[in-house]
Design a protein around this ligand. Sequence first.
Ligand code: TRP
Length: 329
Amino acid sequence: METVVSGIRSTGNLHLGNYFGAIRNFLKMQNENNCFFFIADYHALTTHPHPDDLHGNIKQVLAEYLACGIDPEVATVFIQSDVPEVSELYLLLNMLAYVGELERTASFKDKIRLQPGNVNAGLLTYPVLMAADILMHRANKVPVGKDQEQHLEMTRHFARRFNMMYDVTYFPEPDAYNFGKQLLKIPGLNGSGKMGKSEGNGVFLFDTPQEIRKKVMRAVTDTGPLTPGQQPSEAVKNLFTLMSVVSDPQTLKYFEEKHAACEIRYGDLKKQLAEDIITVTEPIRFRINELLSDNRYLATVVSRGAEKARISASKTLREVREIIGYRPF
Ligand code: TRP
């Protein structure tokens, strides 16, 4: 059995891309592994959320996670800031991380470009905090998307450096969890690229049916195929890809054939796509709202999760302190 750690920033509301790209795989994963799923609410501070928003954001993401079927009876579901051990491991790992390598991290360079007015040290050491999250539970596997691969690579470097420096084989070097063929890249509605929160091209799990219909009807298409058998444009291909995950195979086939025969009406395709997305998201949206109004339950989940996470975390920290040479008098 492998130990898996996965974090999601508390600023990110879940969209269809998260659901089909990752979370649906987590549901299988949680039954086969020792999983730690947490909400990264320390990482969220790098963008300075207002204190009035922070708690609500955390609660929203937690409810969304659980509504998708993450089972807190099976996996350890917790809030990062409920586990103070993470800040100590972060401090210790900072001594092994070099400023040069942190400055060369792609995500840091992006941030300098995107928010030049707020290049805080937390952004620079973001990969160290992430490494602390992962190494804390001595994970072997981390399910990450492309954008997080470099951070995982750095986690491996820090683990190896720690092991070398203290001549131990304490931290495993975690690998990306490979979903193989099941790894789906879900496109957005704006004609190109992946669905993402910041791209503004997504359908969120909590979107109402009206919002979903509006977003899908506005999705980018083209002027239609001119010759039979013509390849669909990128934008139309994206709609077919979305359809392939939410609709039944006959529906997809029907529209693909209409396209190939130059008889397609994109309005019909979009209407169908919107209804099929709603069929998938509606039960999740109801569950999100149910959970949001059950504060007692959410409180139980996070306190139980923190308790379980802290058992694992305090053991690691005890051993790490011993290895580093902190000894009792
Ligand atoms: N950096 C990740 C993201 O932006 C979130 C994250 C924080 C994470 N700590 C982690 C992911 C540990 C996996 C493991 O999505």
